[in-house]
Write a protein that binds this ligand. Structure first.
Ligand code: FES
Length: 109
């Protein structure tokens, strides 16, 4: 069942009923009939999202739901320390350097 803060999910776009808080947060949405965790990054009126799946070993990046490690502006995977820049979601240090988080199209409001 969709969460009340998710208005609709199509094959290519997730529409959030409300803007998430500023910075990093997490939301679970139905994708292909299965609940899927997304990383949300809101910076003012910009919103980006990625699957909450690390390209290294497929683990979630947060250490608890919605609790992310950030070091010098980079998102750090809680499992083995891969570090991702937050413009493109590319791993810039750690065991999956050069790989990227999988982006998801979202809109809000
Ligand atoms: S699962 Fe993220 S660094 Fe290993």
């Amino acid at each position: 069942m969709a969460r009340p803060d998710v208005e609709s999910v199509s094959g290519s776009l997730i529409r959030l009923a409300e803007w998430p808080p500023e910075g990093l947060s997490e939301i679970e949405v139905p994708l292909d009939g299965e609940p899927q965790s997304l990383i949300l990054l809101r910076q003012g009126d910009q919103l980006r999202a990625w699957l909450n799946i690390c390209p290294h070993a497929g683990r979630r990046l947060d250490w608890a739901p919605g609790k992310f490690l950030v070091d010098r502006g980079h998102l750090v995977c809680a499992a083995h320390g891969a570090s991702f820049e937050l413009d493109r979601g590319e791993c810039i240090a750690g065991p999956c350097r050069g790989a990227s988080l999988r982006p998801v199209a979202v809109s809000a409001g």
